[in-house]
Ligand binder design. Sequence first.
Ligand code: ADP
Ligand code: MG
Length: 682
Amino acid sequence: ERPRLVDDEEGGVLLYPTSSSSSSGFGYGSLEKQRQRLPVYKYRTDILYLVETHATTIIVGETGSGKTTQIPQYLKEAGWAEGGRMIACTQPRRLAVQAVASRVAEEMDVKLGEEVGYTIRFEDITNEELTRVKFLTDGVLLREMMDDPLLSKYSVIMVDEAHERSLSTDILLGLLKKIQRRRPELHIIISSATIEAKSMAAFFNTSKRRRDQEQGPIREPAILSVEGRGFNVEIFYVDDPVSDYVRAVVSTVLSIHDQERTGDILVFLTGQDDIDAAIQLLTEEAQSSGKQGLVAVPLYSGLPRADQDLVFSPTPRGKRKVIFSTNIAETSLTLEGIVYVVDSGFSKQRFYNPISDIENLVVAPISKASARQRAGRAGRVRPGKCFRLYTEDYFASEMPVVGIPEIQRSNLVSCVIQLKALGIDNILGFDWPASPSPEAMIRALEILYSLGVLDDDAKLTSPTGFQVAEFPLDPLISKMILASCELGCTEEIITIAATLSIQSIWIPVRGVQKELDEAKLRFAAAEGDHVTFLNVYKGFIQSNKSSKWCHKNFVNYHAMRKVIEVREQLKRITQRLGIGLKSCEGDMQAVRKAITAGFFANASRLEPFSHNGMYKTVRTSQEVYIHPSSVLFRVNPKWIVYYSLVSTDRQYMRNVITVDPSWLTEAAPHFYQKQMHSSIPQ
Ligand code: ADP
Ligand code: MG
């Protein structure tokens, strides 16, 4: 019996008493009083003065001091959103955008989507006439620049969570610096939870070049540091390195529950997998040892909205809430009532190797800066405790001091195409807050050239290059959509594109893997996962989009609703680009060819004498395997093209489709020129 997870019609909802997350139910007084108690409140006048007088203001303050929720409101109150202008606040994470926007709408007592709104990819909760304060991901703001290069509707842009140094944040900062030269009246706020303000200030310091300019705001950035009011946090280390951090996390939670006073626990893990595993293990252990009073709540991106609310709703009386979170709770979201932190010492990080051309999400050790932030989350309501699941020695001598900016560990294909679309041709000479590696840049240019997106002069091709840039998608997916036009299978391909943009369409189940596999078999296509998606989609539509049907087939109802929504948006974009929506009426060869046209760079071949299903990538001869979640797992066809790689004990290819090797050279003659002789049989 699994009391925590109830598979209801909607497909897996947490059993937890959802209180109506009413504003004053917290017992902290009215919302207005809460606002005034936040550390930034004391700086309200200073912040408004600095923003008024300076082109760029850098604000540093502890997580929870009120930067994200309060500063946009102060700006609004001071008139920055009058005369049709808007205030933007960017976040690296989609979930943070949603959570913060709803909180601010609640504080301002307005309906979310009217005066206060938010936009994330494929979800626009704003109103063109009414919205004055807009929360959005930094990626979405970058896309807005394609239609409005000077971002002219905004009076102030607050780039929040700048310490995270996400790929899009760094691109955005470089572009905002350029925009400021053309639009001196644009005010920028850079806010961050850690003190790394100096280098950011140096980056934005354009005062020397602008001495001639007498009027307007001061070009030299202002720096303001908000005094936090965090309580002391006592740190504990393990004596010996732990081998299984999920187990270690669970036993630490149980011993906190046994030995420590009341107060909620925040556990830092890396992603949905280990979070689900930890919650299940905790539930089992608590049950078998008769422990009561623990309420486990997951927090990761992609969590359905209803579950997100649980994270913020008050802990039921007499219970202890345990939030199992990714590093989203490190600085992006403030959770009330946390007194204990359990830090696994890991997070999921993107790593890209330009030599093998492989980008992976890897579970990797966090930096000291992150470890300090995580510990700090325990000291918001009263002195707290942080349990680090690594040794003190490791922390002192091995843990990296700070993380590497994402731009230096990412595949740059999307980044290059976006800059090109904005008319920035000299990408290596672009003014970056941190320079990307030339090798990664060359790899990106090479792929974009093979996709037909860039021409010999590295300029966007017309129309392909510009059309690919129009889609808010990985350029490989966009190219696949464009290719489907000629092949007459756009109806099918946009369904596939929409499905690939969603984490998984299956209900995550533990312990009932067999049933899930059987359910999948009902849809499994010999061609591979992409065609399987088409079968699921067809079944869902034929069932009249029924949640019962989903439940029966282990299909995630929410994910399918999202697929339909995304598909509609892709349909609109294709229509705008003048691409007809043709269906290939079951001709799966056309579909596979379209996929190949986008993903030819991800081709692999089964090793001739392999007994364990080992493949090698055609381009760089990396050892890879088909992911167990694929319908082609153990089928091992000779030639496949994969969508992405995940690395655990091995490199696994997720979402694979069979191809004919001759299509590869057909799709990208230049790209496969060299390999053609060696590995592709003619
Ligand atoms: P910062 O950006 O400086 O980390 P925030 O503005 O996010 O701080 O948070 C300020 C306060 O607002 C927090 O202490 C928290 O109590 C409250 N808060 C923020 N978001 C929410 C939310 N979604 N639900 C309830 N309270 C929230
Ligand atoms: Mg914040």
